[in-house]
Design a protein around this ligand. Structure first.
Ligand code: SF4
Length: 363
């Protein structure tokens, strides 16, 4: 943890499958499938794709008992991937997926029902030794709380919803859980997590919910999740985007990398471009990003359009290109290489160098 951060909040630890969440363990990255759970093949494919892109934990919506039967098949094809079942309204579905090997159950206090049903769930979690996530969401708060506060969903109201559930778990002598308290408003989200963070010991799953389109969703998540992480709050993250969930995972790693909390894949250092650029930086970088998306080894690659900022960045990068007329200079580990790269061959050449440095093969 560096000097810009508050010390990470101390929390207990739970295991979602083989992934530890909380304590001093690395901040894990989550996403959620958006395929139809009944389509086992498509869902398994998406789970594998998310895993390939770095997701540590994957959540699946289980809307019915029939979906629980699909889950059974999905589970048998994804044995080593931690899966969380998203359960709303019908607690019996949770009991079923627990029997089929789910690694965590997410419940929403707003719609899971009375204490008798919660007790059944808790007994089930105890029996299978799996954690529960209390997932409070501004869009689905308990009816009583919505009415009590005249539909104004402040951070304090979200906090109250969490604590009602936590108190029930306390009475049932159950502490193996994590909490999320998401709002679609960034500042409300931050405040709600701060309130929860100082009131319980359990790990926190952080994220901003219902963030909007990809562009604004990334911005809201970077601010919300980034701010909380800098405050030392957060043990596992999900970036919610109205987009392909693979992008959620990529953005989550971008946030963690930006805060020097976890590194995965290429960190591109590229300039915004201007009329000084000696080659088309935007085109080259976009092309390379696509070609190199399979790289998981952390590596810094600077591609800068001219000497103004190019040299300084190249000297600090694993691989650096400094734009020159027709040919550009190449730096490896901060050392200028004797041969220049032809500007019209930068993409091919850089791909080869990055792959050689990361021991990967062209797909
Ligand atoms: S590094 Fe050069 S090309 Fe890139 S924005 Fe700066 S001045 Fe322009």
């Amino acid at each position: 943890m560096n000097k810009f951060f508050n010390k990470r909040r101390k929390s207990s630890c739970i295991y979602v499958g083989n992934i530890p969440v909380g304590s001093d363990y690395p901040i894990s990255v989550q996403s959620m499938t958006n395929t139809n759970t009944f389509d086992v093949k498509q869902t398994v494919n998406q789970i594998n794709k998310l895993k390939l892109n770095g997701a540590d934990i994957i959540r699946i919506s289980i809307p019915s008992m029939d979906a629980a039967e699909s889950f059974k098949k999905i589970r048998s094809s994804t044995k080593n991937i931690p899966l969380v079942a998203d359960i709303h309204f019908d607690y019996r579905i949770a009991l079923k997926v627990a029997e089929y090997g789910v690694d965590c159950i997410r419940i929403n206090p707003g719609n899971i029902g009375n204490i008798r049903r919660i007790k059944m769930l808790v007994d089930c979690a105890k029996y299978y030794n799996i954690p529960i996530r209390i997932g409070v969401n501004s869009g689905s708060l308990e009816y009583e709380l919505r009415n009590k506060y005249n539909k104004v969903i402040s951070a304090e109201v979200l906090f109250e919803s969490v604590m009602r559930q936590v108190n029930i778990f306390d009475k049932l002598n159950f502490s193996y859980f994590k909490v999320s308290v998401k709002s679609s408003d960034v500042l409300t989200t931050i405040k709600a997590y701060k309130l929860v963070a100082q009131s319980i010991d359990q790990p926190l799953h952080i994220g901003v919910t219902e963030t909007g389109t990809t562009r604004i969703g990334i911005t809201k998540s970077a601010i919300g999740v980034g701010t909380l992480l800098m405050e030392g709050i957060g043990d596992t993250i999900r970036v919610s985007l109205t987009d392909d969930p693979v992008n959620e995972v990529k953005v989550a790693f971008d946030i963690l990398r930006s805060l020097h909390l976890r590194y995965r894949g290429i960190n591109f250092i590229t300039c915004p471009t201007c009329c000084r650029q000696e080659f088309n930086v935007i085109k080259i970088v976009n092309n390379l990003e696509k070609r190199l998306q399979d790289i998981t080894t952390p590596i810094n690659v600077s591609i800068i359009g001219c000497i103004v900022n190019g040299l300084g960045e190249a000297l600090r990068s694993d691989i650096g290109v400094v734009g020159g007329k027709k040919n550009s200079s190449l730096y490896i580990n901060g050392i200028r290489q004797p041969n220049k790269i032809e500007n019209n061959n930068i993409v091919n050449y850089l791909e080869l160098i990055v792959r050689s440095k990361t021991n990967t093969y062209i797909k």
